[in-house]
Design a protein around this ligand. Structure first.
Ligand SMILES: Cc1cc2nc3c(=O)[nH]c(=O)nc-3n(C[C@H](O)[C@H](O)[C@H](O)COP(=O)(O)OP(=O)(O)OC[C@H]3O[C@@H](n4cnc5c(N)ncnc54)[C@H](O)[C@@H]3O)c2cc1C
Ligand code: SF4
Length: 510
């Protein structure tokens, strides 16, 4: 369904959230929700709309703390200060957002519907039709309208995206402008730092604002540490406030609730569950997928100025490479300079090259998987094992990206893979990558998921298809940790859709 840009979406100023205090806080409600990203926020909106009293708890600060620099976003708006790294055959940083809005505060807001084939495979796997392509279609249609999703407009796309669209056409690959939930975007290219114009439909400007209008309360600056429970029934959450700047511990927060929804994210949920007194079974933290990938950079004769324009505005795909999705990605200038330094480019030359850089990020639907545990100090213990097949798919996506960048106007290419160096044809990149192992790659992932899967077997899943815990009454999960498999497309809108359905079920359950 297509919506006329500028019409039909909900956008409100971010709601006021409570922040740090040295005093304890005791709250009572019908449903307590841990996390304010797509999973927690969409659930809160549905429940508050239906008249339930909702309290959301969030570790990050109550208001957006955006500054145009990497250090500030890591400190305030990335989980674990942006320092989460999975170990295994290679080191892989995994990014996740933090704050009232969760990952949507710092993501690129790319919107995809989960492919029908994936949804229908879930129906088969779950023996349950609730997330079938046919049942999800109206929910996606509604989200497209509610969030103001439409294809990136040429007026804000920027040259990096235009170059990829041109190149994909010449190379004969299908592609185009990416759909995004950015109804008021002016194309400033700083989505990873947060949106300075309110152009992005992050969850604080829609779901959370609407939930707050209907009485929901948001308690930020609060790290949730454990459940309250009686026998096998969960009856609330407890946490501790932390000062957003100094991280000094503050008052204790206790929320008593008839029901609890955990939506702390693909890493946050198993990390939290591993630290509580309740045992939700052997499937907690198992089966981590991340949509890992790598980048290819092109150096053009003409100026690209990739920091101008939508952060990620275009994509293409190669019909023979299912589950491989290259899309544009602009880097902030200081991060781009670091990439060039990694290639041995000295600062004066790097400054000259900077305006001429273009870039594509290759993301794959991973068959590889990993685990999420918890170190004694509370950080996530992450492990991830790459299969040879997935490494080959990343390489193939990079070679196709090289073709597209060159066809779009790049003169030569480089990529953050040790030992490859500068190349000026796709064939040369392919040859350069051929004997490289995953250890040589500078990897990136920001879609942790599937770590507390839904299913029927309590040994291989944590919740039932309706979101309820196998083991405890009154406990639900509604975030990206619940996907039965990797999605293959950016996951936030599917998380919102599934959380909406789960929350409707929570309300119906009385
Ligand atoms: C840089 C970046 C770019 C991305 N780009 C896109 C994109 O363009 N399109 C897309 O679809 N997806 C994108 N993603 C992924 C997407 O944002 C996530 O998949 C999505 O936000 C996950 O939603 P969630 O509700 O599962 O968890 P999150 O959004 O991670 O929300 C979980 C919240 O819980 C809080 N929390 C965690 N533990 C605790 C605790 N113990 N106590 C209190 N609070 C806690 C966290 O602070 C966080 O706010 C991107 C992610 C990043 C980081
Ligand atoms: S490109 Fe700029 S204006 Fe557009 S959504 Fe991203 S941060 Fe906001």
């Amino acid at each position: 369904m297509r919506w006329t840009p500028g019409q039909g979406y909900l956008w409100k100023p971010a709601p006021q959230a409570d922040g740090y205090s040295t005093l304890d806080r005791d709250l009572e409600c019908d449903v307590a929700i841990l996390g304010t990203g797509p999973g927690g926020a969409a659930a809160a909106r549905t429940l508050a709309d239906l008249g339930l009293r909702v309290v959301l708890l969030e570790e990050g600060p109550p208001e957006e703390r955006f500054r145009p620099n990497q250090g500030a976003v890591m400190r305030y708006h990335m989980q674990e200060g942006g320092g989460m790294v999975a170990t295994g055959r290679a080191l892989m940083p995994i990014a996740a957002g933090r704050g009232v809005g969760g990952g949507t505060l710092i993501n690129s807001a790319i919107a995809w519907r989960c492919p029908d084939t994936v949804l229908d495979s879930w129906s088969d796997l779950l023996g349950d039709m609730r997330y079938s392509a046919a049942n999800m279609r109206p929910v996606y249609d509604w989200l497209w309208e509610y969030l103001g999703i439409w294809d990136t407009l040429p007026a804000v796309a920027g040259e990096n995206s235009e170059l990829v669209i041109r190149g994909a056409k010449v190379a004969g690959y299908p592609g185009g402008y990416l759909a995004r939930y950015t109804p008021r975007c002016v194309g400033c290219g700083t989505c990873y730092y947060g949106c300075p114009t309110g152009g992005k439909a992050s969850t604080n400007h829609n779901f959370l604002a609407e939930a707050a209008t209907n009485g929901a309360r948001i308690q930020a600056d609060t790290v949730v540490e454990d459940f309250l429970y009686t026998g096998d029934r969960v009856v609330g959450l407890v946490g501790r406030m932390k000062h957003p700047d100094t991280r000094e511990p503050g008052g204790k927060v206790t929320v008593r609730a008839a029901k609890v929804i955990v939506a702390a994210g693909g890493i946050g949920t198993p990390r939290f569950l591993a630290g509580t007194r309740l045992d939700l079974g052997p499937a907690v933290g198992v089966g981590l997928h991340t949509h890992p990938g790598n980048a290819v950079f092109g150096v053009c004769k003409h100026e690209v100025n990739w920091w101008k324009g939508a952060t990620q505005g275009a994509y293409f795909h190669v019909p023979g490479l299912p589950g491989v999705l290259p899309h544009t990605s602009s880097l902030p200038p200081e991060v781009a300079l670091l990439s060039l330094a990694g290639q041995g480019v000295a600062a004066p030359e790097a400054m000259k090259l900077l305006p001429h850089l273009a870039g594509l990020l290759v993301m794959i639907s991973d068959h590889s998987s990993g685990t999420v545990g918890r170190w004694p100090d509370g950080r996530a213990k992450l492990q991830y094992d790459f299969s040879d097949e997935d490494v080959a798919r990343i390489k193939a996506g990079m070679v196709a990206s090289a073709e597209v960048l060159l066809a779009g106007g790049a003169e030569w290419l480089f990529c953050p893979v040790a030992g490859v160096g500068r190349v000026d044809t796709a064939a040369a990149l392919e040859a350069g990558l051929a004997d490289r192992t995953i250890r040589d790659f500078t990897l990136y992932a920001s879609h942790p998921m599937s770590t507390c899967r839904m299913g029927h077997d309590p040994v291989t899943s944590v919740i039932r298809p309706d979101g309820r815990s196998h083991r405890y009454e009154g406990l639900y999960l509604s975030d990206s940790s619940i996907f039965p498999t990797s999605l293959g497309v950016n996951p936030s809108v599917t998380t919102m859709a599934m959380a909406t359905l789960i929350a409707a079920g929570v309300a119906r359950a009385g």
